[in-house]
Design a protein around this ligand. Structure first.
Ligand code: UD1
Length: 358
């Protein structure tokens, strides 16, 4: 059996690291393709190094652009790879433009698709990631769901065939890195003390591309910095928008802004944080994995079980709610372990693809 896996953005490199490894263990031939959606060293290459990923056989060189351009270019280039490689299955991850393009290219060539992280849904329905998820799930033969709610979401849409609850592959890899990374060294590098700093990330277009929302968030970061150190590895898009909107002065110099960091450092900074403030789909879950409260700058989330269990609070782009989310976070409910499986999700996925029972 031959599979082609398509990745292109940071969270996909993380998921591929563990799924690719398990495919190898089950003797499944895998060809890795990089769309090139993320191309900066800190957004791509550093992940391949730290996660010990195999080198992609193809890099489609898609780069930045409008959503249509990015999706369209990936579709055109990925189709060429599929025609050449003739795989039995295409594996896709998450909800990016790369994911959707891969799904369409495979479907048009009648190649089966496996979607890792299927069934996630959230408002607003017109956000690009939501559109990408819904359409990819429709096309996929295998829908690998990280949680029970994801299975229910698919049921509500009448999708029940090929739905598997595997747990979350991001949990698998987080556990592994948590064991191996030297947290003390990372904290020392950034001059931070355990449980005495806030880790923040910010990159969703609905937050970064709207001046009012972006400045409210930056004001919140600045207010947090008056009480506790805050460190934020900023996505290039966010940095670009801060300059475009002239918001450099809104963000206090006490907010420690750094370049995007590798997965190993991210795991360490998450594990030892007092609170995590984020609009990242991955990080809002990773802080729960680490037992750290999360403040999520969205109106809704595809990881709603974490809000219901009070691990995360949704604050949208509201300055007051953001600050109070950090310093007056509700107490998380107890007994909410293992929402995302047992740390063996990737192995289950490889087994199912191999045609074995899980
Ligand atoms: C994408 C995904 C999102 C995922 C995120 C993880 C979509 C629609 N969104 O968002 O689901 O959570 O990746 O990071 O696919 N840029 C650089 N260097 C890079 C990459 C991006 O400078 O290496 C800048 C470019 O200006 C680009 C902008 O960031 O236009 C946005 O990048 P893009 O790939 O469109 O989406 P992300 O925000 O990264």
């Amino acid at each position: 059996m031959k599979v082609v896996s398509l990745v292109g953005a940071r969270p996909q490199f993380v998921k591929e690291a563990i799924v690719g490894e398990k495919l190898d263990e089950f003797g499944i031939e895998e060809i890795l393709v990089h769309s090139g959606q993320h191309y900066d060293f800190n957004m791509s290459e550093v992940f391949f190094k730290v996660l010990n990923l195999k080198s992609p056989k193809y890099n489609l060189g898609v780069g930045s652009g409008t959503h249509g351009e990015q999706t369209g270019k990936t579709l055109i280039e990925f189709e060429k790879v599929l025609i050449k490689e003739k795989p039995d299955l295409v594996i896709l991850y998450g909800d990016t433009n790369t994911t959707l393009a891969g799904a369409i290219a495979a479907a048009k060539l009648k190649i089966s698709v496996a979607h890792v992280e299927a069934g996630l849904r959230q408002e607003p329905k017109d956000m690009p990631e939501e559109v990408n998820r819904v359409l990819t799930d429709r096309i996929s033969k295998y829908k690998f769901c990280p949680s029970k709610i994801a299975v229910q979401n698919l049921e509500h849409e009448g999708i029940t065939d090929g739905v598997y609850i595997t747990g979350d592959v991001m949990y698998d890899i987080f556990l592994r890195f948590q064991k191996s990374v030297n947290g003390e060294k990372v904290l020392k590098k950034y001059a931070l003390k355990p449980k005495n700093y806030v880790l923040a990330t910010l990159h969703r277009d609905f937050n970064t591309d709207n001046e009012k929302r972006l400045s409210a968030i930056l004001r919140a970061f600045s207010r947090i910095s008056e009480k506790m150190p805050i460190i934020t590895p900023l996505h290039p898009r966010t940095v670009k928008r801060i300059h475009e909107f002239g918001l450099e002065n809104v963000i206090s110099k006490d907010v420690k802004v750094i370049e995007p960091i590798g997965y190993d450092e991210m795991v360490a900074l998450t594990t030892h944080a007092h609170t995590v403030v984020t609009d990242s789909g991955g990080l809002q879950k990773e802080c729960y994995f680490a037992g750290v409260p999360g403040v999520v700058m969205m109106i809704d989330t595809s990881w709603i079980e974490l809000v219901e269990s009070k691990w995360n609070v949704l604050v949208d782009a509201d300055e007051e709610k953001n600050v109070s989310g950090v310093f007056n976070h509700p107490k998380p409910l107890e007994g909410m372990d293992n929402i995302y499986g047992d740390g063996k999700a990737a192995k289950k996925i490889a087994k199912i693809i191999k045609g074995k029972k899980i």
